[in-house]
Ligand binder design. Structure first.
Ligand SMILES: Nc1nc2c(c(=O)[nH]1)N[C@H]1C(S)=C(S)[C@@H](COP(=O)(O)OP(=O)(O)OC[C@H]3O[C@@H](n4cnc5c(N)ncnc54)[C@H](O)[C@@H]3O)O[C@H]1N2
Ligand code: MOO
Length: 345
């Protein structure tokens, strides 16, 4: 045992694997066979037998570590566990430790939205020697799926690094009055009124493809299109239909088509004339740049451009999740969608 002043420091002894029978492993050992397997072959604390020696040599371990942990340091497993526990908030459960890593998974029964304070993640990762990897905030995460993972980089890490993470998490909890900074929020089940505009659809010249696309998106997230109406490219008819849908008490009003620059594109003007407060006409994301976001007597109202019918991921997907999570969309939310918002043209 080594002493530093009065403190015991970690001792790592390298032992040739061939001489390690009867010794306990200091950490999980990983095997990777490309295309077949990646995972833990031996668990920390496992006592090596004669039969294990060829397996150790097969994964390139000619030596193993025998460890006596110092007072000021934490084993990678404890470090990952303590960080995960400090960070896990509502709707999140921590997995067991594997190869020095703890995964934070959604404990919701259905898909939800991740809430991850970006600045806090940067602060934690600035500490060094530890890693916190997360999905982006507001990403949709399925039941039981991962949204973050913690790990120490060296096998033993200074206790103070982990304590710094715990202090940052505690500070966040005090400021926000919530259980922990990495959270899942459930999605509300909303009933939407849908208005499909376009003379070519209204007259029956072409078949409606927008309705099915919007219905599928909502249903995938547990919501529904409660009623679909159709209108030609006539501003007053569109206004009347918007008022009809508002009167039906739907939670959200969606209007498709007529969102671009042609003379027949009447939808943005009609949404405004219907009395909506416009948060933004135009969204700095592609596809979905011509989307309009507004509120009509507190009800979210969205003008959906043609790309929503065609592209799998647009600005509508981003905003729909936020609305289902119960957020009120602000101009700032819209502005922030441009950076990292190019997903196709
Ligand atoms: N010169 C410019 N052209 C375009 C611009 C622009 O800024 N300048 N914006 C582009 C963007 S971005 C989009 S998105 C599209 C779509 O705009 P709209 O929302 O106005 O779409 P429409 O003109 O109404 O229709 C486009 C296309 O989609 C067909 N459509 C529409 N609704 C239905 C439906 N319910 N079922 C089946 N098909 C539908 C329609 O017949 C047209 O073919 O504009 C870009 N162009
Ligand atoms: O509203 Mo359109 O995307 O950007 O194709």
């Amino acid at each position: 045992m080594r002493m530093n002043g009065n403190k015991r420091t970690t001792v790592l002894r390298e032992v040739p694997s061939a001489e390690a029978v009867g010794m306990a492993l200091a950490h999980d050992l990983t095997q990777i066979i490309p295309g077949q397997f990646k995972g833990r072959l031996f668990k920390r604390g496992y006592v090596i037998t004669e039969a294990d020696i060829p397996k150790l040599l097969d994964i390139g371990k000619e030596h193993i570590y025998v460890m006596e942990l110092g007072e000021d340091e934490l084993h990678e497993d404890e470090a990952a566990e303590r960080m995960a526990l400090a960070l896990a908030g509502d709707g999140v459960a921590c997995s067991g430790t594997h190869e020095g890593k703890v995964t934070l998974r959604s404990s919701l029964d259905e898909p939800g939205i991740a809430d991850i304070p970006e600045e806090l993640v940067h602060q934690i990762n600035s500490l060094g020697e530890i890693a916190l990897a997360t999905v982006r905030t507001h990403a949709v995460v399925g039941a039981g799926q991962p949204l973050a993972a913690t790990r120490a980089i060296p096998l033993v890490v200074k206790r103070e690094k982990v304590e710094a993470v715990e202090a940052l998490a505690r500070q966040w909890r005090e400021q926000h009055g919530a259980a922990g900074p990495i959270r899942m929020r459930p999605l509300r089940k909303l009933r939407a009124g849908l208005l499909t505009t376009g003379g070519e659809v209204f007259s029956g010249r072409i078949t409606d493809k927008f309705g099915p696309a919007v219905k599928a998106k909502l249903e995938m997230l547990g919501s529904e299109v409660a009623e679909q109406r159709f209108a030609p490219d006539d501003r007053q008819v569109i206004v009347n239909e918007i008022h009809y849908l508002l009167g039906q008490g739907y939670d959200m009003i969606l209007i498709t088509g007529g969102m671009s620059v042609d003379p027949d594109d009447r939808t943005p003007g009609a949404i405004q004339a219907a009395g909506a407060e416009i948060v933004s006409y135009g969204t700095p994301m592609l596809p979905g740049s011509m989307l309009l976001m507004g509120y009509l007597q507190g009800v979210p109202i969205l003008g959906l451009p043609g790309c929503v019918m065609h592209d799998p991921y647009t600005s509508f997907d981003v905003l729909l999740l936020r609305i289902l999570a119960g957020d009120t969309i602000t101009k700032r939310d819209i502005v922030s969608m441009g950076y990292g918002g190019l997903h196709g043209c």
